[in-house]
Design a protein around this ligand. Structure first.
Ligand SMILES: Nc1ncnc2c1ncn2[C@@H]1O[C@H](COP(=O)(O)OP(=O)(O)OP(=O)(O)O)[C@@H](O)[C@H]1O
Ligand SMILES: [Mg+2]
Length: 244
């Protein structure tokens, strides 16, 4: 049974149809890349799966159970965590406290002690142990992205919905982040839907790739199939080239 099954999902914002009948399936422990031009509906799809937005029609199933229409906090407690394209930590709280809040929330912990321990464990995993005591608001944009990832992992989620966590990195930072992601996936065996414009990241972390254009799936396949798909190259990759 897939971890997440999206069937015929549509979402309109007034006159804008952000999603038009999207179906996809995310396997147990699978990492699926989700690419597409700006405005093609990638963030909207993650938001609908996470319950942050309600679908206009269609269903989302988690381990066979329908979750579409449920509240986001209930969906987190079922083991689905989403990062935000634009990170919004509690700026005046420390990094450690931000992650502890996520652990409390996602793991239904009843006291702060175990949540802080979970935060320390997670920050070590994502290589931010030395940032623990800083105010989250003082982090660089990159560190805020990594904090988003730490918060998602600290919830104990089995399904991660990651919105551009590899964006804006230098070549070296990207290499380190890809290696870190692969190591975390090997250890934690989560399933992940990875929205990304950075092709080097998508191709290096994903087993499969789904391509959205104007709210529709226009292609799905292995990274190798996708970079050679004529329609994808035209619609999206175009002059940017691939594998960079
Ligand atoms: N809350 C909203 N209200 C109105 N329109 C929205 C809202 N959220 C998204 N849209 C519209 O829905 C479409 C899809 O947007 P979405 O943010 O999902 O695209 P995206 O693929 O994530 O783009 P990007 O790569 O730029 O992040 C766009 O036309 C966008 O303007
Ligand atoms: Mg987006």
């Amino acid at each position: 049974m897939p971890a997440v099954e999206v069937s015929n999902l549509s979402k309109s914002f007034g006159g804008v149809q952000a999603l038009r009948g999207v179906s996809l399936s995310l396997g147990e422990s699978e990492v699926l890349g989700l690419i597409g031009p700006n405005g093609s509906g990638k963030s909207t799809l993650l938001n609908v799966i996470a319950g942050v937005q309600k679908p206009t029609s269609g269903t989302v199933k988690l381990g066979g159970r329908a979750i579409s229409g449920m509240r986001p906090d209930a969906i987190v407690k079922l083991g689905v965590a989403k990062t935000y394209q634009i990170p919004k930590p509690f700026a005046s709280m420390s990094v450690r406290e931000n992650v502890a809040v996520a652990a409390l929330y996602g793991r239904r912990l009843r006291s702060v002690g175990p949540a802080l321990e979970e935060a320390d464990r997670t920050l070590a995993i994502v290589g931010m142990g030395d940032r623990s005591d800083l105010a989250a608001g003082s982090l660089t944009a990159q560190e805020k992205k990594r904090l988003e990832l730490a918060k998602a992992i600290a919830t104990g989620a089995k399904v991660l919905l990651l919105d551009e966590v590899f964006a804006g990195l230098s070549s070296e930072e990207l290499r380190d982040s890809i290696a870190l992601f692969r190591k975390m996936h090997e250890e934690l065996r989560f399933s992940a839907l990875v929205v990304e414009h950075v092709m080097r990241a998508v191709l290096n972390v994903s087993e499969g790739v789904v391509v959205l254009e104007e709210g529709r799936v226009i292609a799905a396949g292995s990274p190798d199939q996708i970079v050679h798909d004529e329609r994808v190259v035209q619609a999206y990759l175009g002059s940017k080239g691939v594998g960079t």
